[in-house]
Design a binder for this molecule. Structure first.
Ligand code: G6P
Length: 614
Protein backbone atom coordinates (compact mmCIF):
# COMPACT_ATOMS: atom_id res chain seq x y z
CA UNK A 1 0.00 0.00 0.00
CA UNK A 2 1.33 3.37 -1.01
CA UNK A 3 3.85 3.69 -3.78
CA UNK A 4 7.18 5.47 -3.53
CA UNK A 5 9.43 6.73 -6.30
CA UNK A 6 12.63 8.76 -6.04
CA UNK A 7 15.35 9.74 -8.45
CA UNK A 8 18.82 11.25 -8.30
CA UNK A 9 20.96 11.62 -11.39
CA UNK A 10 21.37 13.88 -14.38
CA UNK A 11 17.96 13.69 -15.99
CA UNK A 12 14.97 15.79 -15.00
CA UNK A 13 13.51 14.12 -11.93
CA UNK A 14 9.91 15.33 -12.18
CA UNK A 15 8.77 13.40 -15.29
CA UNK A 16 10.52 10.23 -14.08
CA UNK A 17 8.83 10.46 -10.69
CA UNK A 18 5.38 11.24 -12.11
CA UNK A 19 5.55 8.42 -14.65
CA UNK A 20 6.80 6.08 -11.95
CA UNK A 21 3.96 7.03 -9.61
CA UNK A 22 1.44 6.20 -12.32
CA UNK A 23 2.90 2.72 -12.55
CA UNK A 24 2.64 2.34 -8.80
CA UNK A 25 -0.92 3.57 -8.48
CA UNK A 26 -2.06 -0.03 -8.06
CA UNK A 27 -0.60 0.32 -4.55
CA UNK A 28 -2.98 3.10 -3.56
CA UNK A 29 -4.51 6.10 -5.23
CA UNK A 30 -6.25 8.37 -2.76
CA UNK A 31 -3.67 11.17 -2.78
CA UNK A 32 -0.38 11.95 -4.47
CA UNK A 33 2.57 14.25 -4.02
CA UNK A 34 6.01 15.15 -5.28
CA UNK A 35 9.04 17.06 -3.96
CA UNK A 36 12.02 18.16 -6.00
CA UNK A 37 14.99 20.34 -5.31
CA UNK A 38 16.10 23.01 -7.74
CA UNK A 39 18.26 26.12 -7.37
CA UNK A 40 18.53 25.81 -3.60
CA UNK A 41 14.77 25.53 -3.19
CA UNK A 42 12.68 22.54 -2.20
CA UNK A 43 9.35 22.42 -4.03
CA UNK A 44 6.51 20.22 -2.81
CA UNK A 45 3.14 19.72 -4.53
CA UNK A 46 0.47 17.49 -3.02
CA UNK A 47 -3.15 16.75 -3.60
CA UNK A 48 -6.02 14.52 -2.69
CA UNK A 49 -6.82 12.28 -5.65
CA UNK A 50 -4.78 10.54 -8.28
CA UNK A 51 -1.44 11.19 -9.91
CA UNK A 52 -3.36 12.75 -12.82
CA UNK A 53 -4.75 15.33 -10.35
CA UNK A 54 -1.20 16.06 -9.25
CA UNK A 55 -0.20 16.54 -12.87
CA UNK A 56 -2.96 19.10 -13.25
CA UNK A 57 -1.54 21.07 -10.37
CA UNK A 58 1.91 20.97 -11.97
CA UNK A 59 0.17 22.46 -14.98
CA UNK A 60 2.55 21.19 -17.62
CA UNK A 61 5.58 22.91 -16.09
CA UNK A 62 8.65 20.73 -15.80
CA UNK A 63 11.34 21.58 -13.30
CA UNK A 64 15.04 21.21 -14.17
CA UNK A 65 15.58 19.49 -10.81
CA UNK A 66 17.62 16.31 -11.01
CA UNK A 67 16.67 15.01 -7.57
CA UNK A 68 13.14 14.34 -6.42
CA UNK A 69 10.69 11.96 -4.82
CA UNK A 70 6.99 11.20 -5.02
CA UNK A 71 4.25 9.21 -3.36
CA UNK A 72 0.88 7.74 -4.18
CA UNK A 73 -1.10 7.02 -1.05
CA UNK A 74 -3.48 4.46 0.42
CA UNK A 75 -4.51 6.17 3.65
CA UNK A 76 -3.81 4.48 6.97
CA UNK A 77 -3.49 7.42 9.40
CA UNK A 78 -5.56 10.45 8.49
CA UNK A 79 -8.18 10.91 5.78
CA UNK A 80 -7.03 11.42 2.20
CA UNK A 81 -6.47 15.18 1.81
CA UNK A 82 -3.75 17.58 0.70
CA UNK A 83 -2.21 17.92 4.16
CA UNK A 84 -2.01 14.20 4.85
CA UNK A 85 -0.56 13.46 1.41
CA UNK A 86 3.17 12.77 1.20
CA UNK A 87 5.94 13.95 0.99
CA UNK A 88 5.78 15.05 4.61
CA UNK A 89 8.18 17.79 5.67
CA UNK A 90 9.95 18.37 8.99
CA UNK A 91 9.30 21.49 11.06
CA UNK A 92 12.40 23.26 9.76
CA UNK A 93 11.41 22.46 6.18
CA UNK A 94 14.84 20.92 5.58
CA UNK A 95 13.71 17.29 5.40
CA UNK A 96 11.08 15.55 3.35
CA UNK A 97 10.03 11.92 3.58
CA UNK A 98 7.87 9.55 1.55
CA UNK A 99 6.70 6.50 3.46
CA UNK A 100 4.90 3.22 2.79
CA UNK A 101 3.87 1.38 5.95
CA UNK A 102 2.68 2.13 9.47
CA UNK A 103 4.60 3.54 12.42
CA UNK A 104 2.74 1.80 15.23
CA UNK A 105 4.24 3.78 18.13
CA UNK A 106 3.69 7.11 16.39
CA UNK A 107 1.38 8.44 19.12
CA UNK A 108 3.97 8.13 21.91
CA UNK A 109 6.76 9.47 19.66
CA UNK A 110 4.53 12.38 18.69
CA UNK A 111 3.84 13.27 22.32
CA UNK A 112 7.53 13.25 23.06
CA UNK A 113 8.29 15.45 20.06
CA UNK A 114 5.50 17.89 21.00
CA UNK A 115 7.01 18.16 24.46
CA UNK A 116 10.26 19.18 22.78
CA UNK A 117 8.54 21.92 20.80
CA UNK A 118 7.68 20.18 17.52
CA UNK A 119 4.43 21.08 15.83
CA UNK A 120 2.28 18.82 13.68
CA UNK A 121 0.05 19.81 10.81
CA UNK A 122 -1.14 16.46 9.50
CA UNK A 123 -2.67 13.35 11.06
CA UNK A 124 0.00 11.09 9.59
CA UNK A 125 2.49 8.85 11.29
CA UNK A 126 4.96 9.90 8.59
CA UNK A 127 5.11 13.48 9.84
CA UNK A 128 6.14 12.03 13.21
CA UNK A 129 8.91 10.05 11.53
CA UNK A 130 10.35 12.98 9.58
CA UNK A 131 10.42 15.13 12.72
CA UNK A 132 11.95 12.32 14.71
CA UNK A 133 14.80 12.27 12.18
CA UNK A 134 15.13 16.03 12.50
CA UNK A 135 15.17 15.75 16.28
CA UNK A 136 17.98 13.17 16.08
CA UNK A 137 19.93 15.44 13.69
CA UNK A 138 19.66 18.32 16.15
CA UNK A 139 20.57 16.29 19.21
CA UNK A 140 23.27 14.04 17.83
CA UNK A 141 24.84 16.27 15.17
CA UNK A 142 25.29 13.26 12.89
CA UNK A 143 25.09 12.84 9.11
CA UNK A 144 21.68 12.29 7.51
CA UNK A 145 22.12 8.53 7.03
CA UNK A 146 23.09 8.07 10.67
CA UNK A 147 20.20 10.24 11.85
CA UNK A 148 17.74 8.14 9.86
CA UNK A 149 19.30 4.99 11.26
CA UNK A 150 19.01 6.21 14.88
CA UNK A 151 15.42 7.38 14.33
CA UNK A 152 14.39 4.09 12.77
CA UNK A 153 15.78 2.14 15.68
CA UNK A 154 13.14 3.87 17.86
CA UNK A 155 10.32 3.03 15.52
CA UNK A 156 7.93 0.09 15.88
CA UNK A 157 6.04 -0.84 12.73
CA UNK A 158 6.66 -1.21 9.06
CA UNK A 159 8.24 1.14 6.61
CA UNK A 160 9.80 1.71 3.26
CA UNK A 161 11.03 5.30 3.21
CA UNK A 162 13.03 7.74 1.19
CA UNK A 163 14.44 10.77 2.97
CA UNK A 164 15.87 13.96 1.46
CA UNK A 165 17.62 16.83 3.23
CA UNK A 166 17.88 20.05 1.23
CA UNK A 167 21.26 20.75 2.78
CA UNK A 168 22.47 17.52 1.13
CA UNK A 169 21.18 18.04 -2.40
CA UNK A 170 22.99 15.05 -3.93
CA UNK A 171 21.79 12.42 -1.53
CA UNK A 172 18.79 10.19 -0.87
CA UNK A 173 18.45 7.83 2.07
CA UNK A 174 16.26 4.78 1.59
CA UNK A 175 15.36 2.17 4.21
CA UNK A 176 12.94 -0.68 4.65
CA UNK A 177 11.33 -2.93 7.20
CA UNK A 178 8.27 -4.87 6.13
CA UNK A 179 7.53 -2.88 2.97
CA UNK A 180 9.43 -3.42 -0.28
CA UNK A 181 11.99 -1.13 -1.94
CA UNK A 182 13.94 -1.62 -5.13
CA UNK A 183 16.91 0.50 -6.17
CA UNK A 184 17.61 0.88 -9.88
CA UNK A 185 21.29 1.42 -10.56
CA UNK A 186 21.87 3.32 -13.81
CA UNK A 187 24.86 5.16 -15.30
CA UNK A 188 25.54 7.79 -12.65
CA UNK A 189 21.88 7.81 -11.71
CA UNK A 190 19.70 5.99 -9.21
CA UNK A 191 16.03 5.22 -8.88
CA UNK A 192 14.26 4.11 -5.74
CA UNK A 193 10.77 2.65 -5.92
CA UNK A 194 8.30 0.29 -4.28
CA UNK A 195 8.86 -2.06 -7.19
CA UNK A 196 11.03 -1.99 -10.28
CA UNK A 197 8.35 -0.85 -12.76
CA UNK A 198 9.14 2.89 -12.53
CA UNK A 199 12.67 2.41 -13.84
CA UNK A 200 12.32 -0.53 -16.20
CA UNK A 201 13.14 1.56 -19.29
CA UNK A 202 16.21 3.18 -17.69
CA UNK A 203 18.18 0.31 -16.20
CA UNK A 204 18.17 -3.45 -15.85
CA UNK A 205 20.33 -3.38 -12.72
CA UNK A 206 18.36 -3.65 -9.54
CA UNK A 207 19.11 -3.99 -5.85
CA UNK A 208 16.19 -5.30 -3.79
CA UNK A 209 16.81 -3.75 -0.41
CA UNK A 210 16.69 -6.36 2.35
CA UNK A 211 14.75 -6.11 5.60
CA UNK A 212 16.21 -3.61 8.08
CA UNK A 213 18.72 -2.32 5.56
CA UNK A 214 19.41 1.33 4.85
CA UNK A 215 20.89 2.64 1.61
CA UNK A 216 22.84 5.85 1.19
CA UNK A 217 22.45 6.88 -2.42
CA UNK A 218 24.62 9.71 -3.71
CA UNK A 219 24.84 11.13 -7.20
CA UNK A 220 27.89 9.70 -9.02
CA UNK A 221 28.88 7.42 -6.13
CA UNK A 222 28.30 3.76 -5.37
CA UNK A 223 25.31 2.82 -3.24
CA UNK A 224 26.29 2.07 0.37
CA UNK A 225 24.10 -0.28 2.33
CA UNK A 226 24.11 -0.72 6.09
CA UNK A 227 22.18 -2.82 8.56
CA UNK A 228 19.99 -0.51 10.60
CA UNK A 229 20.48 -2.47 13.82
CA UNK A 230 24.25 -2.91 13.98
CA UNK A 231 25.58 -0.52 11.32
CA UNK A 232 27.30 -3.39 9.46
CA UNK A 233 28.28 -2.46 5.91
CA UNK A 234 26.69 -4.82 3.35
CA UNK A 235 27.95 -5.43 -0.17
CA UNK A 236 25.08 -4.49 -2.51
CA UNK A 237 23.78 -7.44 -4.52
CA UNK A 238 22.90 -6.17 -7.99
CA UNK A 239 20.49 -8.40 -9.93
CA UNK A 240 19.39 -8.30 -13.53
CA UNK A 241 15.84 -7.05 -13.92
CA UNK A 242 13.79 -9.42 -16.03
CA UNK A 243 10.92 -7.09 -16.82
CA UNK A 244 10.15 -5.19 -19.98
CA UNK A 245 8.16 -2.04 -20.67
CA UNK A 246 5.72 -4.04 -22.78
CA UNK A 247 4.86 -6.19 -19.75
CA UNK A 248 3.53 -3.21 -17.85
CA UNK A 249 1.57 -1.43 -20.57
CA UNK A 250 -2.07 -1.97 -21.55
CA UNK A 251 -1.14 -3.15 -25.04
CA UNK A 252 -4.31 -1.88 -26.72
CA UNK A 253 -6.76 -3.14 -24.08
CA UNK A 254 -9.13 -0.72 -22.34
CA UNK A 255 -8.02 -1.89 -18.94
CA UNK A 256 -5.19 -3.85 -17.38
CA UNK A 257 -7.76 -6.25 -15.96
CA UNK A 258 -9.03 -7.15 -19.41
CA UNK A 259 -5.49 -7.52 -20.72
CA UNK A 260 -4.64 -9.78 -17.81
CA UNK A 261 -7.77 -11.89 -18.29
CA UNK A 262 -6.80 -12.36 -21.94
CA UNK A 263 -3.20 -13.12 -21.04
CA UNK A 264 -4.25 -16.25 -19.14
CA UNK A 265 -3.58 -18.83 -21.88
CA UNK A 266 -0.02 -17.52 -22.17
CA UNK A 267 0.37 -17.07 -18.42
CA UNK A 268 -0.65 -20.69 -17.78
CA UNK A 269 1.75 -21.84 -20.52
CA UNK A 270 4.52 -19.82 -18.89
CA UNK A 271 3.72 -21.37 -15.52
CA UNK A 272 3.98 -24.84 -17.05
CA UNK A 273 7.01 -24.10 -19.24
CA UNK A 274 9.95 -26.36 -18.45
CA UNK A 275 7.99 -27.93 -15.60
CA UNK A 276 5.53 -30.10 -17.47
CA UNK A 277 6.67 -32.48 -20.18
CA UNK A 278 3.29 -33.95 -20.97
CA UNK A 279 4.32 -36.50 -23.62
CA UNK A 280 6.87 -38.03 -21.30
CA UNK A 281 4.49 -37.65 -18.34
CA UNK A 282 7.14 -35.77 -16.39
CA UNK A 283 6.71 -32.92 -13.94
CA UNK A 284 9.95 -31.27 -12.91
CA UNK A 285 9.85 -28.91 -9.98
CA UNK A 286 13.29 -28.64 -8.44
CA UNK A 287 11.85 -27.13 -5.28
CA UNK A 288 9.82 -30.34 -4.77
CA UNK A 289 12.44 -32.77 -5.99
CA UNK A 290 15.01 -31.41 -3.54
CA UNK A 291 12.59 -31.67 -0.62
CA UNK A 292 10.47 -34.61 -1.75
CA UNK A 293 10.95 -36.58 1.46
CA UNK A 294 9.86 -33.68 3.60
CA UNK A 295 6.64 -33.41 1.62
CA UNK A 296 5.95 -37.12 1.57
CA UNK A 297 6.56 -37.43 5.31
CA UNK A 298 4.65 -34.25 6.17
CA UNK A 299 2.13 -34.65 8.96
CA UNK A 300 -0.03 -31.95 7.35
CA UNK A 301 0.15 -29.15 4.84
CA UNK A 302 -1.05 -25.79 6.13
CA UNK A 303 -1.82 -23.16 3.54
CA UNK A 304 -1.76 -19.47 4.47
CA UNK A 305 -2.86 -16.64 2.19
CA UNK A 306 -5.16 -13.63 1.84
CA UNK A 307 -7.84 -12.52 -0.63
CA UNK A 308 -7.87 -14.22 -3.99
CA UNK A 309 -4.75 -16.19 -3.06
CA UNK A 310 -6.72 -17.69 -0.18
CA UNK A 311 -9.30 -18.89 -2.69
CA UNK A 312 -6.48 -20.55 -4.64
CA UNK A 313 -5.50 -22.12 -1.30
CA UNK A 314 -8.98 -23.66 -1.00
CA UNK A 315 -8.64 -25.20 -4.45
CA UNK A 316 -5.23 -26.45 -3.35
CA UNK A 317 -6.77 -28.11 -0.31
CA UNK A 318 -9.24 -30.03 -2.44
CA UNK A 319 -6.63 -30.99 -5.00
CA UNK A 320 -3.73 -31.94 -2.73
CA UNK A 321 -5.96 -34.04 -0.46
CA UNK A 322 -7.61 -35.60 -3.49
CA UNK A 323 -4.37 -36.53 -5.25
CA UNK A 324 -2.00 -37.19 -2.35
CA UNK A 325 -4.15 -38.00 0.71
CA UNK A 326 -1.91 -35.66 2.74
CA UNK A 327 -4.17 -33.67 5.12
CA UNK A 328 -4.40 -30.00 4.20
CA UNK A 329 -5.75 -27.01 6.12
CA UNK A 330 -6.23 -23.54 4.69
CA UNK A 331 -6.14 -20.42 6.81
CA UNK A 332 -6.47 -16.71 6.35
CA UNK A 333 -2.96 -15.50 7.19
CA UNK A 334 -4.44 -12.66 9.26
CA UNK A 335 -6.22 -15.16 11.54
CA UNK A 336 -3.41 -17.68 11.64
CA UNK A 337 -0.86 -15.14 12.85
CA UNK A 338 -2.87 -14.13 15.91
CA UNK A 339 -4.70 -17.25 17.00
CA UNK A 340 -1.85 -19.25 18.52
CA UNK A 341 -2.05 -22.03 15.92
CA UNK A 342 -0.69 -25.52 16.46
CA UNK A 343 2.25 -26.02 14.12
CA UNK A 344 4.29 -29.19 14.22
CA UNK A 345 7.92 -29.27 13.04
CA UNK A 346 6.91 -31.89 10.46
CA UNK A 347 4.16 -29.66 9.05
CA UNK A 348 4.71 -27.98 5.73
CA UNK A 349 3.37 -24.50 5.35
CA UNK A 350 2.57 -23.26 1.85
CA UNK A 351 2.23 -19.49 1.54
CA UNK A 352 0.42 -18.27 -1.57
CA UNK A 353 0.78 -14.64 -2.62
CA UNK A 354 0.72 -12.82 -5.94
CA UNK A 355 2.74 -9.84 -4.72
CA UNK A 356 4.89 -11.72 -2.22
CA UNK A 357 4.55 -8.65 0.00
CA UNK A 358 1.27 -9.13 1.89
CA UNK A 359 1.99 -8.19 5.51
CA UNK A 360 -0.27 -10.81 7.11
CA UNK A 361 1.09 -13.62 4.95
CA UNK A 362 4.66 -12.59 5.80
CA UNK A 363 3.80 -12.59 9.52
CA UNK A 364 2.20 -16.06 9.21
CA UNK A 365 5.36 -17.36 7.50
CA UNK A 366 7.53 -15.98 10.27
CA UNK A 367 5.42 -17.74 12.90
CA UNK A 368 5.60 -21.02 10.98
CA UNK A 369 9.37 -20.68 10.72
CA UNK A 370 9.73 -19.94 14.42
CA UNK A 371 7.84 -23.16 15.16
CA UNK A 372 10.21 -25.11 12.93
CA UNK A 373 7.88 -25.83 9.98
CA UNK A 374 9.24 -25.97 6.46
CA UNK A 375 7.79 -23.11 4.41
CA UNK A 376 7.10 -23.26 0.68
CA UNK A 377 6.18 -20.07 -1.19
CA UNK A 378 4.04 -19.68 -4.30
CA UNK A 379 4.56 -16.13 -5.54
CA UNK A 380 4.25 -14.21 -8.75
CA UNK A 381 6.59 -11.30 -8.14
CA UNK A 382 10.16 -12.41 -8.62
CA UNK A 383 12.49 -11.31 -5.82
CA UNK A 384 9.58 -10.39 -3.52
CA UNK A 385 9.88 -10.68 0.24
CA UNK A 386 7.95 -13.96 0.48
CA UNK A 387 10.04 -15.53 -2.25
CA UNK A 388 13.10 -14.67 -0.21
CA UNK A 389 12.01 -15.60 3.31
CA UNK A 390 10.50 -19.00 2.48
CA UNK A 391 12.66 -22.15 2.54
CA UNK A 392 11.90 -22.84 -1.08
CA UNK A 393 9.08 -22.34 -3.54
CA UNK A 394 7.84 -21.90 -7.03
CA UNK A 395 7.08 -18.78 -9.05
CA UNK A 396 3.85 -18.61 -11.02
CA UNK A 397 5.54 -16.61 -13.83
CA UNK A 398 2.24 -14.95 -14.75
CA UNK A 399 4.01 -11.67 -15.53
CA UNK A 400 3.14 -8.36 -13.84
CA UNK A 401 -0.47 -8.16 -12.66
CA UNK A 402 -1.45 -4.50 -12.48
CA UNK A 403 -5.26 -4.50 -12.29
CA UNK A 404 -6.15 -4.44 -8.60
CA UNK A 405 -8.58 -7.34 -9.01
CA UNK A 406 -6.49 -10.46 -9.32
CA UNK A 407 -7.14 -12.65 -12.38
CA UNK A 408 -4.19 -14.39 -14.01
CA UNK A 409 -2.46 -14.66 -10.65
CA UNK A 410 -5.33 -16.86 -9.41
CA UNK A 411 -5.41 -19.24 -12.36
CA UNK A 412 -1.63 -19.60 -12.41
CA UNK A 413 -1.56 -20.22 -8.66
CA UNK A 414 -3.96 -23.11 -9.25
CA UNK A 415 -1.73 -24.26 -12.10
CA UNK A 416 1.26 -24.43 -9.75
CA UNK A 417 -0.85 -26.20 -7.15
CA UNK A 418 -1.87 -28.76 -9.80
CA UNK A 419 1.78 -29.44 -10.59
CA UNK A 420 2.55 -29.91 -6.90
CA UNK A 421 -0.44 -32.18 -6.27
CA UNK A 422 0.26 -34.32 -9.33
CA UNK A 423 3.97 -34.58 -8.56
CA UNK A 424 3.34 -35.67 -4.98
CA UNK A 425 0.44 -37.93 -5.90
CA UNK A 426 2.68 -39.78 -8.31
CA UNK A 427 5.62 -39.86 -5.90
CA UNK A 428 3.66 -41.39 -3.03
CA UNK A 429 1.63 -43.71 -5.24
CA UNK A 430 -1.79 -42.33 -4.36
CA UNK A 431 -2.52 -41.51 -8.00
CA UNK A 432 -2.74 -44.36 -10.48
CA UNK A 433 -0.50 -44.11 -13.57
CA UNK A 434 -3.63 -43.66 -15.63
CA UNK A 435 -5.06 -40.85 -13.48
CA UNK A 436 -1.69 -39.14 -13.43
CA UNK A 437 -1.15 -39.29 -17.19
CA UNK A 438 -4.72 -38.23 -17.90
CA UNK A 439 -4.37 -35.20 -15.60
CA UNK A 440 -0.98 -34.26 -17.03
CA UNK A 441 -2.45 -34.23 -20.54
CA UNK A 442 -5.41 -32.20 -19.36
CA UNK A 443 -3.16 -29.68 -17.65
CA UNK A 444 -1.24 -29.32 -20.89
CA UNK A 445 -4.49 -28.65 -22.77
CA UNK A 446 -5.74 -25.98 -20.37
CA UNK A 447 -4.40 -22.94 -22.28
CA UNK A 448 -6.34 -23.97 -25.42
CA UNK A 449 -9.53 -24.43 -23.41
CA UNK A 450 -9.07 -21.06 -21.71
CA UNK A 451 -8.59 -19.53 -25.15
CA UNK A 452 -11.94 -20.91 -26.30
CA UNK A 453 -13.72 -19.47 -23.23
CA UNK A 454 -12.24 -16.04 -23.95
CA UNK A 455 -13.88 -16.15 -27.38
CA UNK A 456 -17.26 -15.92 -25.56
CA UNK A 457 -16.41 -12.35 -24.60
CA UNK A 458 -19.24 -10.71 -26.56
CA UNK A 459 -21.92 -13.03 -25.21
CA UNK A 460 -20.70 -12.51 -21.64
CA UNK A 461 -20.71 -8.76 -22.21
CA UNK A 462 -24.40 -9.07 -23.23
CA UNK A 463 -25.21 -11.07 -20.12
CA UNK A 464 -23.40 -8.46 -18.03
CA UNK A 465 -25.54 -5.76 -19.56
CA UNK A 466 -28.71 -7.39 -18.20
CA UNK A 467 -27.31 -7.44 -14.68
CA UNK A 468 -25.64 -4.06 -14.49
CA UNK A 469 -28.33 -2.66 -12.17
CA UNK A 470 -28.28 -5.57 -9.72
CA UNK A 471 -27.88 -4.63 -6.07
CA UNK A 472 -26.98 -8.09 -4.80
CA UNK A 473 -25.81 -11.32 -6.29
CA UNK A 474 -25.34 -14.89 -5.06
CA UNK A 475 -22.69 -17.24 -6.43
CA UNK A 476 -23.08 -20.98 -5.89
CA UNK A 477 -20.80 -23.92 -6.58
CA UNK A 478 -19.99 -27.32 -5.10
CA UNK A 479 -16.72 -29.20 -4.70
CA UNK A 480 -13.91 -27.51 -6.61
CA UNK A 481 -16.41 -24.98 -7.87
CA UNK A 482 -17.15 -23.72 -4.35
CA UNK A 483 -13.88 -21.70 -4.12
CA UNK A 484 -14.66 -20.51 -7.66
CA UNK A 485 -18.02 -19.19 -6.40
CA UNK A 486 -16.20 -17.32 -3.62
CA UNK A 487 -13.74 -15.88 -6.12
CA UNK A 488 -16.51 -14.92 -8.56
CA UNK A 489 -18.36 -13.04 -5.81
CA UNK A 490 -15.19 -11.32 -4.65
CA UNK A 491 -14.43 -10.16 -8.21
CA UNK A 492 -17.91 -8.68 -8.57
CA UNK A 493 -17.90 -6.77 -5.29
CA UNK A 494 -14.32 -5.54 -5.73
CA UNK A 495 -14.82 -3.82 -9.04
CA UNK A 496 -18.54 -3.15 -9.47
CA UNK A 497 -19.48 -2.45 -5.81
CA UNK A 498 -22.42 -4.85 -6.08
CA UNK A 499 -22.86 -6.81 -2.90
CA UNK A 500 -22.13 -10.45 -3.70
CA UNK A 501 -21.87 -13.65 -1.65
CA UNK A 502 -20.27 -16.94 -2.61
CA UNK A 503 -21.76 -20.08 -1.05
CA UNK A 504 -21.46 -23.84 -1.33
CA UNK A 505 -24.57 -24.61 -3.38
CA UNK A 506 -26.05 -26.95 -0.79
CA UNK A 507 -25.69 -24.35 1.96
CA UNK A 508 -28.16 -22.14 0.13
CA UNK A 509 -30.97 -23.76 2.07
CA UNK A 510 -29.42 -22.63 5.33
CA UNK A 511 -29.89 -18.95 4.76
CA UNK A 512 -29.32 -17.36 1.36
CA UNK A 513 -32.44 -18.93 -0.11
CA UNK A 514 -34.41 -16.43 1.98
CA UNK A 515 -32.99 -13.68 -0.24
CA UNK A 516 -34.08 -15.17 -3.53
CA UNK A 517 -36.83 -13.40 -5.43
CA UNK A 518 -37.19 -12.19 -9.01
CA UNK A 519 -34.73 -9.37 -8.40
CA UNK A 520 -31.90 -11.64 -7.28
CA UNK A 521 -29.30 -12.79 -9.81
CA UNK A 522 -27.81 -16.16 -8.89
CA UNK A 523 -24.68 -17.33 -10.64
CA UNK A 524 -24.49 -21.11 -10.48
CA UNK A 525 -21.48 -23.12 -11.55
CA UNK A 526 -22.91 -26.37 -12.84
CA UNK A 527 -20.17 -28.09 -14.81
CA UNK A 528 -20.65 -31.72 -15.80
CA UNK A 529 -18.11 -33.55 -13.61
CA UNK A 530 -18.59 -33.58 -9.88
CA UNK A 531 -21.98 -32.96 -8.36
CA UNK A 532 -23.88 -31.98 -11.45
CA UNK A 533 -27.23 -33.56 -10.58
CA UNK A 534 -27.16 -32.07 -7.10
CA UNK A 535 -26.42 -28.61 -8.46
CA UNK A 536 -29.27 -29.03 -10.96
CA UNK A 537 -31.58 -29.62 -7.97
CA UNK A 538 -30.27 -26.41 -6.40
CA UNK A 539 -31.05 -24.60 -9.65
CA UNK A 540 -34.60 -25.98 -9.52
CA UNK A 541 -34.92 -24.54 -6.03
CA UNK A 542 -33.83 -21.11 -7.23
CA UNK A 543 -36.13 -21.32 -10.23
CA UNK A 544 -39.13 -22.09 -8.01
CA UNK A 545 -38.42 -18.85 -6.16
CA UNK A 546 -38.12 -16.87 -9.38
CA UNK A 547 -34.41 -16.10 -9.02
CA UNK A 548 -32.60 -15.02 -12.21
CA UNK A 549 -30.11 -17.69 -13.08
CA UNK A 550 -26.81 -17.31 -14.88
CA UNK A 551 -25.26 -20.76 -15.20
CA UNK A 552 -21.75 -21.80 -16.11
CA UNK A 553 -22.17 -25.20 -17.74
CA UNK A 554 -20.15 -27.70 -19.73
CA UNK A 555 -20.44 -27.63 -23.52
CA UNK A 556 -23.45 -29.56 -24.77
CA UNK A 557 -25.44 -29.21 -21.55
CA UNK A 558 -29.19 -29.52 -22.04
CA UNK A 559 -30.66 -29.88 -18.55
CA UNK A 560 -29.55 -26.57 -17.05
CA UNK A 561 -30.25 -24.74 -20.30
CA UNK A 562 -33.94 -25.37 -19.76
CA UNK A 563 -33.87 -23.77 -16.35
CA UNK A 564 -31.37 -20.94 -16.53
CA UNK A 565 -31.93 -17.44 -17.93
CA UNK A 566 -28.41 -17.42 -19.36
CA UNK A 567 -25.98 -20.28 -19.90
CA UNK A 568 -22.27 -19.79 -20.51
CA UNK A 569 -20.80 -22.97 -21.94
CA UNK A 570 -17.21 -23.91 -21.21
CA UNK A 571 -15.20 -26.92 -22.43
CA UNK A 572 -15.65 -30.07 -20.40
CA UNK A 573 -12.85 -31.03 -18.02
CA UNK A 574 -12.19 -33.11 -14.96
CA UNK A 575 -13.69 -31.74 -11.78
CA UNK A 576 -10.40 -30.36 -10.48
CA UNK A 577 -9.44 -28.40 -13.59
CA UNK A 578 -12.95 -26.99 -13.88
CA UNK A 579 -11.81 -24.62 -11.12
CA UNK A 580 -9.58 -22.80 -13.59
CA UNK A 581 -12.00 -22.93 -16.50
CA UNK A 582 -15.15 -21.81 -14.69
CA UNK A 583 -13.26 -18.87 -13.18
CA UNK A 584 -12.65 -17.27 -16.59
CA UNK A 585 -16.29 -16.42 -17.50
CA UNK A 586 -16.84 -15.09 -13.98
CA UNK A 587 -13.88 -12.73 -14.39
CA UNK A 588 -15.32 -11.48 -17.68
CA UNK A 589 -18.80 -11.15 -16.21
CA UNK A 590 -17.55 -8.97 -13.34
CA UNK A 591 -15.38 -6.98 -15.70
CA UNK A 592 -18.22 -6.10 -18.07
CA UNK A 593 -20.71 -5.41 -15.28
CA UNK A 594 -18.18 -2.96 -13.80
CA UNK A 595 -17.57 -1.36 -17.20
CA UNK A 596 -21.35 -1.01 -17.80
CA UNK A 597 -21.62 0.69 -14.41
CA UNK A 598 -18.78 3.09 -15.31
CA UNK A 599 -16.63 1.89 -12.43
CA UNK A 600 -12.89 2.34 -12.31
CA UNK A 601 -12.05 -1.26 -13.07
CA UNK A 602 -8.30 -1.16 -12.54
CA UNK A 603 -8.38 1.00 -9.46
CA UNK A 604 -11.55 0.28 -7.48
CA UNK A 605 -12.28 2.56 -4.56
CA UNK A 606 -10.60 1.90 -1.20
CA UNK A 607 -8.57 -1.06 -2.48
CA UNK A 608 -4.90 -1.58 -3.14
CA UNK A 609 -3.17 -4.40 -4.88
CA UNK A 610 -0.35 -4.92 -2.48
CA UNK A 611 -1.45 -4.89 1.14
CA UNK A 612 1.70 -4.21 3.08
CA UNK A 613 -0.08 -3.23 6.28
CA UNK A 614 -1.93 -5.64 8.52
C1 G6P B 1 -5.24 -7.50 -2.04
C2 G6P B 1 -5.50 -7.59 -3.52
C3 G6P B 1 -6.06 -8.97 -3.86
C4 G6P B 1 -5.12 -10.06 -3.37
C5 G6P B 1 -4.82 -9.91 -1.88
C6 G6P B 1 -3.70 -10.84 -1.45
O1 G6P B 1 -6.44 -7.51 -1.35
O2 G6P B 1 -6.39 -6.58 -3.93
O3 G6P B 1 -6.22 -9.07 -5.25
O4 G6P B 1 -5.69 -11.31 -3.60
O5 G6P B 1 -4.40 -8.58 -1.60
O6 G6P B 1 -2.53 -10.43 -2.10
P1 G6P B 1 -1.33 -11.36 -2.49
O7 G6P B 1 -0.39 -10.46 -3.22
O8 G6P B 1 -0.75 -11.86 -1.19
O9 G6P B 1 -1.83 -12.46 -3.32
Amino acid sequence: MCGIVAYVGHQKAQPIVIKGLKRLEYRGYDSAGISFFNNDTLFTYKTKGKVSDLEEILNGEVSDATIGMGHTRWATHGVPNNVNAHPQASNSGNLVVVHNGIIENYASLKEELISRGFEFHSDTDTEVLVNLIEDVQKKEKVKLGKAVQIALSQVVGAYAIVVFDKRKPNELIAARLGSPLAIGVGENEFFVASDATPFVEYTKNVIYLEEEHLAIIRRDREVRIRKIKNDKLIKPYIEELKLSLENIQKGGYDHFMLKEIFEQPKAIKDTLRGRLLSNEGIITLSSLREHENKFLKARRILIVACGTSWHAGLVAEYMIEDYTRIPVEVEYASEFRYRNPIIFPDDIVIAISQSGETADTIAAINIAKEKGAFVYGICNVVGSTISRITDTGCYTHAGPEIGVASTKAFTTQITVVSLIALYLGKANGTLSRFQYQESVTELDNLPTKVESILSLKSYIEEVAHSFKRAKNCIYLGRGYNFPVALEGALKLKEISYIHAEGYPAAEMKHGPIALIDKEMPVVVIATKKGYYEKVVSNIQEIKSREGRIIAIVSEGDTQVKELADYCIEIPESSESFAAILSTIPLQLLSYYIAVHRNCNVDQPRNLAKSVTVE
